[in-house]
Design a protein around this ligand. Structure first.
Ligand SMILES: *Cc1c(COP(=O)(O)O)cnc(C)c1O
Length: 373
């Protein structure tokens, strides 16, 4: 293939994956867990021994992601949390790590628990204090999420990378590799929950890590641990992911346009107190997001409705197209009342988190108008 293909081309062609055996334009699903040797005990394919190490379907999905991310190496995991855990498990006892506060609650909860068990000193800092926390505590690792979920805060990846020699890991799930490439801004490792927009059809659980520096010790450790400890994505999930990613740029383009229009509409609505979305000029992270994202600001936003918890739950209950379910990045729009899920983390009671899908924007706006009305 030619060099410098654009994301839409890489994705549509699944980075060139075909089925050489049948001539099919779609790669075959190969579920085998083990691979044969010939009469001289030579492997038929030197790169296929046992499915805990690798498989064709896994490599195909990783190749697409690696090219979309502009990475030198990419590893898939069975969930986003498994990818995050793979990073943190490289920390030795007694190490120090910094994480951004107010990020995806599942991440915070697991990291707190892990660090306590491992005797890892964990520092949690809000976006404006991250660089200072690194200067003060000299961590081995810093983990941030941008745009963050559900506050939609933006972390200046380049500034943070310049400010610390710690391994900088960026959870870019809400941005996708289509809208933001953290490695180009100085991140050491970029992480996505591929369960979200990368798969986009709410039917695969997966996580991914990519790096520009595959020779780094931490990456070698992550790679060895995935193989040894077996946190591997199955071939069927990898195959589905490859199939889904063919439309990733298209889906992201539409959900981003829809989210921008919905955010602007809701911000002007008399029943709405505020909207958190990096694409709105008044939003605190707008300038940073504009610098490091291209093509839009993603499909995730949070709406503060006027009133209290009951008012928010009433609006959520009246929505018809926005399904009441957790998760984000799917083709169908979702809403979640985060305070019900994590009442102890300071989420405002009147906050409704919205994942905007690829439906008709007129239908989506009409749904919110009737629910707020
Ligand atoms: C969903 C999510 C995760 C966890 O991913 P899973 O695939 O659900 O394990 C991590 N970070 C963010 C920002 C997410 O939205």
């Amino acid at each position: 293939m030619k060099h410098d293909l654009k994301p839409a081309t890489i994705a549509a062609h699944a980075a060139g994956a075909l089925d050489p055996q049948s001539g099919g334009v779609v790669p075959a699903l190969q579920p085998s867990t083990t691979f044969t040797r010939d009469e001289n005990y030579e492997l038929l394919r030197a790169d296929n021994i046992y499915a805990r190490d690798n498989s064709d379907n896994l490599r195909q999905a990783e190749k697409v992601l690696q090219q979309l991310e502009g990475a030198a190496d990419t590893l898939l995991f069975p969930s986003g949390m498994a990818a995050i855990a793979a990073v943190f498990r490289t920390l030795p006892n007694g190490a120090t790590a910094v994480i951004q506060s107010g990020i995806y609650w599942g991440t915070t909860a697991w990291i707190r628990d892990f660090c306590a068990r491992r005797d890892v000193t964990l520092i949690e800092a809000d976006v404006p204090d991250l660089a200072q926390a690194c200067a003060k505590h000299d961590p081995a690792l810093i983990f941030v999420e941008t745009p963050s979920n559900p506050w939609l805060k933006s972390v200046d990846i380049r500034a943070l990378s310049d400010a610390t020699k710690a391994t900088l890991v960026v959870d870019a799930t809400a941005a996708t590799p289509i809208l933001m490439q953290p490695l180009a801004h100085g991140a050491d490792i970029v992480m996505h929950s591929a369960t979200k927009a990368i798969n986009g059809h709410s039917d695969v659980l997966a996580g991914v890590l990519s790096t520009g520096r595959p020779d780094a010790q931490i990456w070698q450790d992550i790679r060895a641990d995935r193989k040894g400890a077996g946190a591997i994505l199955g071939p069927f999930e990898a195959w589905l992911l490859t199939r889904s990613m063919r439309t990733l740029p298209l889906r992201v383009e539409r959900m981003t346009q829809n989210a921008q229009s919905l955010a602007e509409h809701l911000f002007d609505h008399p029943q709405v107190a505020d909207v958190f979305y990096p694409g709105l000029p008044h939003h605190a992270g707008h300038e940073i997001a504009k610098r490091q994202m291209t093509g839009g600001f993603g499909g995730l936003l949070s709406v503060l409705v006027k009133g209290d918890k009951q008012d928010a739950l009433r609006v959520v209950g009246k929505l018809e197209l926005f399904l009441r379910a957790t998760s984000l990045g799917g083709v169908e729009s979702l809403v979640e009342h985060r305070h019900t899920i994590e009442p102890h983390t300071g989420i405002p009671e009147n906050l409704i988190r919205v994942s905007v899908g690829i439906e008709d924007i007129g239908d989506l706006i009409a749904d919110w108008n009737q629910a707020l009305g």
